[in-house]
Ligand binder design. Structure first.
Ligand code: 13P
Length: 256
């Protein structure tokens, strides 16, 4: 974590919690953060509920003026038209979203999303005023064959080719082997890759952009391991899956 970048703790709910459960959960999370004296000036918190929850979460966050940002777990690369089942970035902006995750490994794998598609999704998000959270990360096989940094760095480079140079983004390094496995990367492993990603950002977007861009680590982040990641100079927060569905655990992650 650096003195100049605001840390971001992001909770990716994946396909969990219906809209009624989401309302209750969001309320509980807000109380829990308040009790823990959470200060939004020190850490930003964003939650990423399923699409069908976003309106309910918007209503409660606006009505109660909660200091929680929201985002979607995916977005269409298209603005509107005959794309059955897809969701436009413009619809997400209307729902009060600040962010959209693009390129999560579960979508790359299950929905055959390439770096180019992921890059176009990020560009569509940015064009609508959202900040894309660009997910990249190597599989266990990639790690064995190419080492940790090569695949995520090339995924970043390929996606950036589709994204306008001025578009703000958040990068989330999520090694596929660490997601949902209970065994996270070590802070040193994650730092090594995040440093290589920042160097690539410097090369392709310039030093100011690279210095301002937040790079998150994701993959089995818990309250007990978050501090180690946040102590690393190129890790600016976390993209949390399973542990973001437990109010106390997520609050303790935010309070790293
Ligand atoms: P877990 O925290 O459950 O490993 O999930 C990480 C993730 O995929 C967040 O996007």
């Amino acid at each position: 974590m650096s003195a100049t970048r605001l840390p971001l703790i992001a909770g990716n709910w994946k396909m969990n919690l219906n809209h009624l459960e989401a309302t209750a959960f969001t309320q509980k999370l807000a109380w829990s953060l308040r009790d823990a004296k959470y200060d939004p000036a020190e850490v930003e918190v964003a939650i990423f509920p399923p699409f069908t929850d976003l309106r309910s979460v918007q209503v409660i966050t606006e009505a109660e003026k909660l200091s929680l940002k929201t985002g979607a777990q995916d977005v269409s690369e298209h603005e509107s038209g005959a794309y059955t089942g897809d969701i436009s970035a413009k619809f997400l902006t209307k729902l009060g979203c600040s962010y959209a995750i693009v390129g999560h490994s579960e979508r790359r794998e299950g929905h055959h999303e390439t770096d180019e598609i992921v890059g176009r999704k990020a560009a569509a998000a940015a064009a609508a005023g959202l900040v894309p959270v660009l997910c990249i990360g190597e599989t266990a096989e990639d790690l064995k064959q190419h080492g940790a940094a090569a695949v995520p760095v090339s995924q970043l480079e390929n996606a950036l080719a589709e994204i306008p140079a001025e578009a703000e983004l958040v990068v989330a390094y999520e090694p596929v082997w660490a997601i949902g496995s209970g065994s996270a990367a070590t802070p040193e492993q994650a730092q090594e890759v995040c440093k290589a990603l920042r160097e690539k950002l410097t090369e392709l977007r310039g030093a100011d952009f690279a210095e301002a861009t937040r790079i998150l680590y994701g993959g089995s982040v818990k309250a007990e391991n978050i501090a180690g990641f946040m102590a690393e100079p190129d890790i600016d927060g976390a993209l949390v899956g399973g542990a973001s569905l437990k109010v106390d655990e997520f609050t303790n992650i935010v309070k790293f």
